[in-house]
Design a protein around this ligand. Structure first.
Ligand SMILES: [Zn+2]
Length: 369
């Protein structure tokens, strides 16, 4: 069983994180829910948590066109160039200009750098990425280039890794990543997200399980709106953890920020800070600490909407890194849960029904179901 990466001294007790001030130039325009202050706020919060000295900061190298071509078509990339030149937009909420292309290409580059780092040294490396709504020949949902997919593809095609798991915990389903690997059994894509009938991108139903040779290697866990820590924990224990054990990935990439938090502005899920921390810990256990863990994890965290984003990030970050000494809740404003939603009993019933249906879809392909 691999040791805790601090014990093995991969990074001499430091936490590798890919960050540069250029990221804070990310600007979709005034009033856009993807605010650019998040990076500066988060760095301040890490300082308040006493973590500044424990970070091993790496600067970012932009992705090349060849990197982007690992997953995106030539015509799509030419179209992005055209939009950049005219300050156009892919969709209403996804403007394209030289600032957005520069920052998103840095984010893709940081995924590739993180991949190289964990292959060399093991443990977990963090990026501010997770642009999972960009597909082979489309971009939307604030995403131009899919850093999650470029990183996974590079691990397979450039580094000779055989089995990559992408675990997408963003509240929105990772349609771009799913489409890129839909028929590819080398990448097991698992997404837990708010029921697509109630949230963008409206994809990720239990019956979407991949195609061709990739059938069974796409797993969608559509969790009901208002789901709280216990429904999440059950879904992770019954789907994610058994799949990690059976698939035995060489590397796990997790992506997703704080938008499953109950106070997020764009979603209606119900995790609190402890719930986000629990998600982080489950991933840690599967990727770094547990029996048979591959000891190689890339963690990508960029999403979340509203003033509370960074507190959710901190809770997740502490879970992934096993930082039990940090009181992430004390650093956040008092939690306020808006009224409404379903009872826990109702949520348990809907979750049960969903899990039964999902396991039925997958039982032909996996012994654990
Ligand atoms: Zn999201």
């Amino acid at each position: 069983m691999p040791q805790h990466h601090e014990d093995t001294g991969h990074y001499q007790g430091k936490i590798p994180i890919f960050f540069s001030d250029t990221l804070a130039k990310f600007n979709f325009g005034q009033g856009h829910p993807f605010n650019l202050e998040r990076f500066a706020w988060f760095m301040n919060l890490l300082e308040k948590a006493g973590l500044s000295d424990r970070l091993e900061k790496h600067s970012l190298v932009p992705a090349t066109v060849d990197d982007l071509k690992l997953v995106h078509s030539d015509t799509y990339l030419a179209y992005i160039d055209h939009l950049k030149n005219i300050n156009g937009r892919l969709t209403m909420d996804t403007p394209v200009n030289s600032n957005v292309t520069e920052v998103q290409s840095l984010i893709v580059g940081s995924g590739l750098q993180a991949a190289q780092l964990v292959l060399d040294k093991g443990g977990a490396a963090h990026t501010f990425g997770g642009l999972h709504h960009a597909g082979p020949d489309y971009g939307e949902g604030f995403c131009l280039y899919n850093d999650v997919a470029v990183t996974a593809k590079a691990l397979v095609e450039r580094h000779g890794q055989k089995k990559i798991m992408v675990f997408d915990t963003d509240a929105h389903q990772g349609n771009g990543t799913m489409d890129i690997f839909y028929d590819d059994p080398r990448v097991l894509f698992i997404s837990i997200h708010q029921d697509p009938r109630t949230l963008y991108p409206g994809r990720g139903f239990v019956h979407e399980i991949g195609s061709g040779e990739g059938t069974g290697y796409t797993v969608n866990i559509p969790i009901p709106p208002y789901s709280s820590n216990s429904q999440y924990e059950r879904a992770l224990d019954e789907i994610f953890t058994p799949l990690v054990k059976e698939f035995e990935p060489d590397v796990i990439i997790r992506n997703g920020g704080s938008d499953p938090y109950h106070g997020d502005d764009l979603t209606i899920l119900g995790l609190d800070y402890d719930g986000l921390n629990m998600v982080g810990r489950k991933v840690r256990e599967a990727a770094l600490d547990g029996p048979g863990a591959c000891d190689k994890q890339i963690d990508m965290m960029v999403s979340g909407y509203g003033d509370l984003v960074i507190y959710g990030w901190l809770a997740l970050f502490c879970g992934i890194e096993g930082l039990d000494d940090i009181d992430y809740k004390k650093l956040a404003p008092t939690e306020y849960r808006r009224p409404g939603g379903y009872t826990q009993e109702k949520l348990d019933d809907i979750t049960e029904e969903m899990l039964v249906a999902l396991k039925k879809e997958l039982e032909e392909y996996w012994n654990c179901f």
